[in-house]
Ligand binder design. Structure first.
Ligand SMILES: O=C[C@H](O)COP(=O)(O)O
Length: 252
């Protein structure tokens, strides 16, 4: 039985003060993590304050990105080792905005996945799908190759702990959510790829999330799909009340 994972990705939004206020507002209103795990990924500038204010809360605090080396002369980068030492437990890797604006390749993403494991961080690995890819013949192979390349040299033991996300960039921030069938199809494809790479057992263990214009109106239908174990919400995670509605979807 996979525990749903409801995550928010704040991207480059909010301030430290707003982040802390958000945590104070949601305190005591999150589901039991045995029922639904909840997570917010935030800017590295906020993480220390967030971890301090999150004390006693089941909310997982994640980074939105990290570098693939632990330390060294890499001006401006975020060390996965420092994230781990700070108390961060999860990190988003390979978000479509990283692929698009920062030229992250599958090879870089794979190195970041290894850096996460090396530093005891759970990677939340995103797979993109652009509209032109969606309409092209190689659409399926592109999603499969992103998963395959991200997991290169990842052991079966490590793979059990990954979280994957189907995040079609044509649905991100566009208000154009994938239909439930499209979202399920993408998540199913990711899970099947993990089954082919490892085993059915591991594929049935890992969580696969959907992200792309999720909000509290469409989340129930999306989360009811068999291969969708949670969501990665951008805009809908910025306000405490809408994040709480997503987080408590099982209590409705
Ligand atoms: O990581 C989150 C996704 O980019 C989705 O963002 P969105 O919910 O604002 O479309």
């Amino acid at each position: 039985m996979r525990i749903p994972f409801v995550a928010g990705n704040w991207k480059m939004n909010l301030s430290v003060e707003e982040a802390v206020n958000f945590l104070e507002t949601i305190k005591g209103q999150l589901p039991d993590p045995k029922v639904t795990e909840t997570c917010i990924a935030a800017s590295p500038l906020f993480l220390e304050s967030m971890i301090k204010h999150n004390n006693g809360s089941p909310l997982v605090i994640a980074a939105e990105n990290c570098f693939y080396e632990d330390e060294g002369a890499y001006t401006g980068e975020t060390s996965p080792k420092a994230l781990s030492e700070m108390g961060v437990t999860h990190v988003i890797i390979g978000h479509s905005e990283r692929r698009k604006y920062f030229n992250e390749t599958d090879d870089i993403i794979n190195k970041k996945v290894h850096a996460a494991f090396r530093n005891h961080l759970t990677p939340i690995i995103c797979c993109d799908e652009t509209m032109s890819r969606r309409q092209s013949a190689d659409r399926i192979s592109w999603v499969v190759s992103q998963v395959t390349n991200a997991l290169k040299s990842v052991t079966a033991d490590q793979a059990k702990n990954i979280i994957l996300a189907y995040e079609p960039s044509w649905a991100i921030g566009s208000g154009k959510t994938a239909s439930t069938d499209e979202a399920e199809e993408g998540c199913y494809l990711i899970r099947q790829t993990v089954a082919d790479l490892y085993s059915d057992e591991i594929a049935n263990e890992i969580r696969v999330l959907y992200g792309g214009s999720v909000n509290d109106d469409n989340a129930d239908d999306i989360l009811a799909q068999i291969d969708i174990d949670g969501v990665l919400a951008g805009g809908a995670s910025l306000k405490a009340d809408s994040f709480l509605k997503l987080a408590n979807f099982l209590q409705k």
